[in-house]
Ligand binder design. Structure first.
Ligand SMILES: C[S@@+](CC[C@H](N)C(=O)[O-])C[C@H]1O[C@@H](n2cnc3c(N)ncnc32)[C@H](O)[C@@H]1O
Length: 252
């Protein structure tokens, strides 16, 4: 049976790869992905045949993986983090949806979840995402800016903890600034902000700052920016967002 696994590698280090992902990778003959992500996979479990693509070639990657699987190979299409969060799973399903290809329709497809960047960022600083939250990608390459801006406004109105993916790049530096302005209009300057850089990798850095102190040059493309809600607090070294388990007088 033709098989395509769409696998989340987690944020970086092999210790964040799930047992299920490891098991699926070992059962494959081919691995398809962005070359930096393929390098994250330990050689001992990496499928023999490697097909790597550049950033931005997501549709080509998905198409190639479908073609290989249709030829009867066992294929791993890999994403960093979770494959369903701003990643390859939806590209595959969109191709299947839009192109009537009988061979593709016969492929057995399985999505294997991974730890997303926001989960690691949240737990590294305590329990930042402990209540309702929104993930928002600030990349307007695939989503029009007015849509993103509307979502930032509504997430702020709803007092959600917010995680910004794709916060900025060399070509795209104003979206984060504008989003922070929207949030600052409603949340206190002391609201905790965490910038997680290259989480789970040797270069990992966690910068704890606030809405009033964040500087754009602290952030790059390999960062996730997490903004607390109006209740997010610091206790010792940890940040957490309370969820009403304990009432306000402190009694249980
Ligand atoms: C195309 S998205 C992929 C997200 C990925 N599927 C996930 O679930 O984490 C790329 C963005 O995710 C965030 N990201 C992914 N891995 C990260 C890591 N190890 N540390 C910090 N941010 C990361 C950054 O905001 C980056 O610009």
């Amino acid at each position: 049976v033709s098989k395509l696994f769409i696998i989340g590698l987690g944020p970086g280090d092999a210790k964040y790869l799930t047992e299920e992902a490891r098991h699926c990778l070992q059962s494959c003959t081919h691995i398809v992905g962005y070359h930096l992500y393929i390098e994250l996979v330990d050689a001992s479990i990496r499928p023999k045949n490697i097909v790597h693509f550049e950033l931005g070639e997501e549709v080509e990657r998905a198409r190639h993986a479908l073609e290989l699987a249709a030829q009867g190979h066992q294929v791993a299409l890999v994403s960093s983090g979770d494959p369903g969060i701003y990643a390859m799973a939806t590209v595959v399903f969109q191709l299947l949806d839009q192109e009537q290809n009988d061979l593709w329709q016969s492929i057995d497809i399985e999505v294997v979840c991974g730890i997303s960047a926001f989960q690691l960022a949240s737990s590294l600083c305590g329990a930042l995402v402990a209540h309702d939250f929104c993930l928002i990608s600030l990349s307007d390459l695939l989503t029009p800016w007015p849509t993103i801006e509307k979502r930032v406004k509504h997430a702020t109105d709803g007092d959600f903890v917010i995680a910004f993916y794709n916060p900025l790049s060399k070509q795209r530096d104003w979206q984060l600034k504008q989003s922070l302005e929207i949030i600052k209009a409603q949340r206190s300057g002391n609201t905790p902000v965490v910038i997680g850089k290259q989480l789970g990798r040797p270069q990992q850095r966690l910068i704890k700052t606030s809405l009033q102190d964040i500087e754009l040059d602290m952030v790059d493309m390999l960062s996730i920016v997490m903004i607390g809600n109006s209740q997010t607090r610091q206790v010792g070294q940890h940040l957490y967002t309370p969820r009403g388990y304990i009432n306000h007088s402190g009694a249980q």
